[in-house]
Write a protein that binds this ligand. Structure first.
Ligand SMILES: Cc1ncc(COP(=O)(O)O)c(C=O)c1O
Length: 558
């Protein structure tokens, strides 16, 4: 059949590109394909210059475009050189500047001034930010779940920032959407979802929120007979006392009652007790509640343990309940040859959170929410005429719009970092690094157990170590547990202020503990021994100071 528009010459570029002029996705014949002058290809010159130098524009080098490409390149080289210098020289995990001096430094900048120029501003940022940064790659940074980052991912971060893709609709992202989808399917397959799907998010907090949002809407669908208001008041989310706080905050954001988050008992190691879970499910059912989701954790934030996923899956399947696995921390084990078996059962979950910016060595942010079936997104899809119109959603030409699945609209192409990491290093190399940090944690724990002035708690499946300084005597006086309790936050603060080591602190069952989170595969036992020596010396120093203070006060009173 001849299209009414078929007379329109395809060379007429003023004509709208209707379906008739472009029956396939191929470009019109006279539109030359882009030349393959990749500046990164082996034989291409390092920088590509047009013979016709781009004309200067009114905005000069303020905005990135052809006219400012050279200025951009120079600025980037300058930043990279400055950072290279910093990485070569950094010898402490934090600056020893106290907060008051940092506050006054920050306050000293005029943010309403005339611009000082790109180079000057970046030099200034290097001096303010980089000079005072907290360095996660330093072997004495052992505080939180922050990792050193994969080099190709850092370079990819610069690439995605410059191009500034937004992975919300296909027409803003094209190949980026396809690459993200490919990665999501890759990760889903590793989880064990045969036809899984998912979306990249800003982090574990957002992935958990979205998991509970999907759970709420799918469960509501399944209880179509009750009104939303009645339904919300009956919903329950089952967690443990070790579940990440983002889960209860998500329940709050989703409008659940304060008592909706119910705590399942844990065993002595801090893992969810699957029998207690089964009992609780029966109780909730008998009392008219509706279980919206059971949240198991694969790698709790403090103890680093994995809930018994297989047993929990059995209980959830028997009751037809949504099982979410928060593997924000433990997700990297999927690729760790020595430990991937610890995640057995994860493929039976309904949804899974994985943070690539924790155990896949990605720069923040890089996380994904994965679901076992793409249809689970269905009740939360929103169509908008200007982005993903409903009229097109089911047509043959429907475009893959990630905004259908994402809570965000404009969204970074974080997936590029993971993509380049996989291509550059391979998942196995990353998985081995995860094994290495877990081995290191096990060694450090064993070491601590041999030292009488340290107490250790639990045995992590991952890479946290909980311990505290408990000297047998302090200047001849028995040090009681209360003193050890008090020392925990003091040691952390003094060490942090000194800039020499960053350790974390937490409280388990009412007792304070220092926490090491080991996520740097280049860190050695000797590095950690040095941190432990600092902890010990700081503890002794605090006790000695107290002793001096008390004797001076007593002396003064006499
Ligand atoms: C188990 C767990 N889930 C979720 C989160 C939240 O992740 P994010 O900080 O990326 O939002 C964390 C953070 O430490 C975590 O440990």
């Amino acid at each position: 059949m001849t299209s009414l528009l078929s007379d329109t010459p395809v060379s007429d570029t003023s004509a709208p590109l209707t379906e008739a002029t472009t029956p396939t996705d191929a470009p019109p014949a006279d539109v030359a394909p882009p030349t393959d002058n990749s500046p990164l290809s082996e034989d291409a010159p390092r920088r590509v210059r047009n013979d016709d130098a781009p004309q200067a524009t009114a905005t000069g080098d303020a905005l990135l475009g052809s006219h400012s490409a050279d200025a951009y390149a120079e600025l980037m080289h300058e930043v990279v050189d400055a950072l290279t210098e910093r990485f070569t020289r950094v010898d402490a995990p934090t600056s020893a500047n106290d907060r008051a001096s940092l506050e006054s430094e920050v306050a000293g900048f005029d943010l309403d001034c005339h611009g000082i120029g790109n180079v000057a501003a970046l030099r200034e940022a290097d001096d303010l930010y980089a000079r005072n940064a907290v360095w996660f790659h330093h072997p004495s940074y052992v505080a939180h779940l922050n990792c050193p980052v994969a080099v190709p991912a850092v370079a990819a971060e610069a690439m995605l920032a410059a191009i500034n893709t937004s992975v919300d609709t296909y027409d803003q992202s094209e190949v980026a959407t396809l690459m993200e989808r490919r990665l999501v399917h890759w990760a889903s397959r590793h989880v064990g979802f045969a036809v899984g799907d998912g979306i990249f998010t800003s982090g574990g907090t957002q992935s958990n929120l979205q998991a509970l949002f999907l759970a709420r809407e799918n469960v509501l669908r399944a209880h179509g007979d009750s009104t939303r208001r009645d339904f919300l008041s009956r919903l329950r989310v089952l967690t443990t006392d070790q579940t990440h706080f983002s889960v209860s905050r998500a329940a709050f954001i989703l409008g659940l009652d304060a008592e909706a988050v119910v705590t399942v008992d844990t065993d002595a190691t801090g893992r969810m007790d699957a029998e207690a879970l089964a009992e609780l499910l029966r109780d909730i059912d008998e009392t008219g509640g509706i279980v919206m989701a059971v949240v198991a954790t694969a790698g709790t934030t403090d103890l680093g343990v994995i809930d018994p996923l297989t047993s929990i899956a059995e209980v959830c399947e028997a009751s037809n309940v949504w099982m979410h696995v928060d593997a924000a921390y433990g997700g990297g084990l999927l690729w760790a040859p020595q430990r991937r078996h610890l995640l057995a059962g994860i493929g039976r979950a309904t949804s899974v959170t994985i943070d690539f910016h924790k155990t896949f060595f990605q720069p923040v942010s890089s996380s994904a929410l994965l679901v076992r079936d793409v249809a689970l997104f269905e009740p939360t899809i929103h169509h908008n005429d200007y982005l993903n119109p409903e009229a097109e959603a089911h047509s043959a030409e429907a475009e893959p719009n990630q905004v259908d699945k994402s809570l965000q609209t404009t969204r970074r192409f974080d997936a590029l970092k993971l993509w380049t990491t996989l291509r550059a290093r391979g998942a196995d190399e990353i998985g081995e690094m995860v094994d290495t940090v877990c081995d290191l944690a096990a060694e450090v724990r064993e070491l601590l157990e041999t030292q009488p002035d340290f107490e250790v708690l639990g045995a992590s499946d991952l890479s946290t170590v909980l311990f505290r300084f408990v000297p047998a005597t302090a200047r001849g006086r028995e040090t009681d547990s209360a003193t050890a309790d008090e020392l925990v936050p003091m040691i952390r603060r003094v060490l942090f202020r000194s800039g020499r080591a960053a350790v974390a602190r937490t409280t388990i069952d009412g007792t304070p503990w220092l926490k090491l989170t080991l996520l740097n595969p280049d860190t050695t036992v000797a590095d950690i021994t040095a941190v432990l020596d600092l902890v010990r010396a700081t503890g002794h120093g605090i006790l000695a100071g107290r002793y001096l203070e008390s004797t001076t006060t007593e002396g003064g009173a006499a």
